[in-house]
Ligand binder design. Structure first.
Ligand SMILES: Nc1ncnc2c1ncn2[C@@H]1O[C@H](COP(=O)(O)OP(=O)(O)OP(=O)(O)O)[C@@H](O)[C@H]1O
Ligand SMILES: [Mg+2]
Length: 254
């Protein structure tokens, strides 16, 4: 079973000619097959964690380690991270002008598998996955994220997740801006991937709404650039009732 191990991760960004420490010692272990919900107030550093794992150049790792099956993720290029089995779905996904969804998916799958998927089975796989996500087939011919509505972006993420079958998936606010039906459809996609037992998921979210559909094995509270409490699914209910105040008092938040 693949394991992602984040140890004492410290990350800074350059903003207004100053260096600001955003992550202040994150510790987290995610194994294939497990679902972890990361919850926490605005600005606590959740997306920074996702970007840092993705290898975004704006974020400087100053301390700590990230290992995937013992391999040093931080030493890998962005492509190498994807090939090693890391999948990152961003809170604000980028547009890729001139590249259709269909081509994008196929070249991603080729990069990750090390060989191009066989065209006939691939086309069928894409078509069936899109149907399950209630996506119109014409969507495959559109340019990646160009003019996609919020909900379409999220479905596109789950389409990638289902087709690329990573070892560890990091989903940053996959639930934001989804209507009730889309939330259910997207959740079902995440659950299908989960049921394979082969994907470990880090689900960054603000709402326990999505956790009604996707039952996390673990819930972590993120505050002030680190994980300050961990528990089971019941912790999400407590957060819904009580908020984050207990964790942010005394300016502990970022
Ligand atoms: N590229 C950047 N330049 C300057 N500041 C940044 C940058 N990235 C993150 N920050 C700052 O780091 C802090 C954490 O931001 P981050 O986006 O990680 O929070 P978050 O927990 O994802 O919040 P939200 O719940 O609102 O999505 C914020 O104060 C933010 O302004
Ligand atoms: Mg965020």
């Amino acid at each position: 079973m693949a394991t992602l191990e984040i140890r004492d991760l410290h990350v800074t960004v350059e903003a207004d000619n100053a260096t600001k420490e955003i992550l202040k010692g994150v510790d987290l272990t995610v194994k294939q097959g497990e679902t972890h919900a990361i919850m926490g107030p605005n600005g606590s550093g959740k997306s920074t964690l996702a970007y840092s794992l993705a290898g975004h150049p704006k974020y400087t790792i100053t301390e700590g380690t990230v290992l995937l099956d013992g391999e040093d993720v931080l030493a890998m290029s962005v492509d190498e991270r994807a090939r090693a089995g890391l999948f990152l779905a961003m809170q604000y996904p980028v547009e890729v002008p001139g590249v259709s969804v269909s081509n994008f998916l196929r070249s991603s799958a080729t990069a990750i598998r090390g060989e191009a998927p066989k065209l006939r089975t691939w086309v069928k796989e894409v078509k069936e996955t899109m149907e399950r996500l209630h996506m119109d087939q014409s969507f495959a011919e559109r340019n990646v994220n160009e003019g996609f509505s919020g909900g379409e972006k999220k479905r596109h993420e789950i389409l990638q997740l289902e087709l690329l079958k990573p070892k560890i998936a990091i989903l940053d606010e996959t639930d934001s801006g989804l209507d009730v039906d889309a939330l259910r459809i997207v959740s079902e996609g995440v659950n299908r991937v989960r049921e394979t037992g082969e994907v470990g998921t880090m689900l960054i979210t603000h709402y326990t709404r999505i956790l009604r559909y996707i039952k996390p094995d673990y819930v972590h509270v993120f505050s002030g650039g680190r994980i300050v409490e961990s528990g089971g699914a019941e912790l999400a209910d407590k957060l819904e009732d009580e908020g984050y105040e207990a964790y942010t008092k005394g300016g502990a938040s970022a």
